[in-house]
Design a protein around this ligand. Structure first.
Ligand SMILES: Nc1ncnc2c1ncn2[C@@H]1O[C@H](COP(=O)(O)OP(=O)(O)OP(=O)(O)O)[C@@H](O)[C@H]1O
Ligand SMILES: [Mg+2]
Length: 226
C-alpha cells in the first residue's frame, strides 16, 4: 500500500541544513497498525508529514498504491489528503469560529464521492470520546484535551483508509488516552491502516509493525503477528 524508497527531507541550506529524514526506506501493508518511536527531533513528525502529502521529499520517492506521490499535481495531492488520509496532529487545528459539530464535519464537505457517515455514528464516536455535550460549543470554550478529542473525532468519522496519529494521547489523562487507543484499535480491526507516533514504549507495543527512529534514520523495525 505504502512504499518509501530512500526518502530524505532536508530543511534549510548549507551550514544551517537539518537532515530531518536520512534515506528512509520501508513498506506498509494495508491493515497494519504501525507505531513509530524515537527521541524528540528524530524525524517522526517529518515522516508522518511526508506520508500525509504535506512535506515533499527532498530526494527519494513515496509510492501510494503504486503511484509516485512526487508526481502528483496540487489537485491530486489534495484529493489524496482528503480521501485517503486523516491526521491526528500534535497541534490540533480547529476553526475557532465554528462550533464543535461543524468542525467535526469539515472534511466531509469537500468529499467528491459523497460518502457521508450517518449522524448516529458521529454521535456514537463523540460519546465515546466524551464530547457529546459540546456539540454546539466553540473551541475556545473547551480545554486543550477536549479540543484534541474533537480533532480526533473529526479524523475518525472522515472514514479514510489511513489514519496518521502524532502522539494522539499526548495531551490527555489516562482514561481519555485509553479511550482513544481503544478507538484506534477498533478502527484497525475494521480494516483501517493506523500509523501512530508515540513516546510511550508500552503503547508502541500495540502495533504489529514497530519502527524506531534515530537522527532521521530507521534504526529498528519489528513485526509481530497475533
Ligand atoms: N519546518 C522545519 N524547518 C527546519 N527544521 C525542521 C522543520 N521541521 C522539523 N525540523 C527539524 O527536523 C528534525 C526532525 O523534526 P521532527 O519534527 O520530525 O522530530 P520529531 O521526531 O517529531 O520530534 P518530537 O518528538 O519532538 O515531536 C528536528 O531536528 C527539527 O528541528
Ligand atoms: Mg513530532
Amino acid at each position: 500500500m505504502i512504499k518509501f524508497n530512500n526518502v530524505s527531507v532536508h530543511y534549510g541550506c548549507d551550514e544551517a541544513e537539518t537532515i530531518a529524514l536520512n534515506n528512509v526506506s520501508f513498506e506498509i501493508t494495508k491493515g497494519e497498525f504501525v507505531t513509530i518511536i524515537g527521541k524528540s527531533g528524530s524525524g517522526k513528525t517529518t515522516l508522518l508529514n511526508v506520508l500525509g502529502g504535506i512535506t515533499k521529499p527532498t530526494t527519494g520517492n513515496y509510492y501510494f498504491e503504486g503511484n509516485n506521490i512526487a508526481n502528483y499535481n496540487d489537485r491530486q495531492i489534495s484529493s489524496y489528503r482528503n480521501e485517503k488520509i486523516s491526521f491526528i496532529v500534535q497541534h490540533f487545528a480547529l476553526i475557532q469560529n465554528f462550533d464543535v459539530i461543524t468542525n467535526i464535519c469539515i472534511p466531509l464537505k469537500y468529499r467528491r464521492n459523497k460518502k457521508i457517515p450517518k449522524k448516529a455514528y458521529i454521535y456514537e464516536v463523540m460519546d465515546k470520546l466524551g464530547i457529546l455535550d459540546y456539540e454546539y460549543n466553540f473551541p475556545y470554550e473547551l480545554s486543550g484535551g477536549e479540543q484534541q478529542r474533537v480533532a480526533i473525532c473529526r479524523s475518525i468519522i472522515s472514514d479514510t483508509d489511513i489514519i496518521l496519529a502524532d502522539e494522539p494521547t499526548g495531551a490527555l489523562d489516562e482514561e481519555n488516552g485509553n479511550n482513544i487507543i481503544e478507538l484506534l484499535k477498533d478502527l484497525n480491526k475494521a480494516g483501517k491502516t493506523i500509523i501512530m507516533v508515540t513516546h510511550d514504549l508500552e503503547l508502541a507495543k500495540i502495533g504489529n509493525h514497530r519502527i524506531t527512529m534515530k537522527d532521521g534514520k530507521i534504526v529498528a523495525e519489528e513485526f509481530t503477528t497475533d
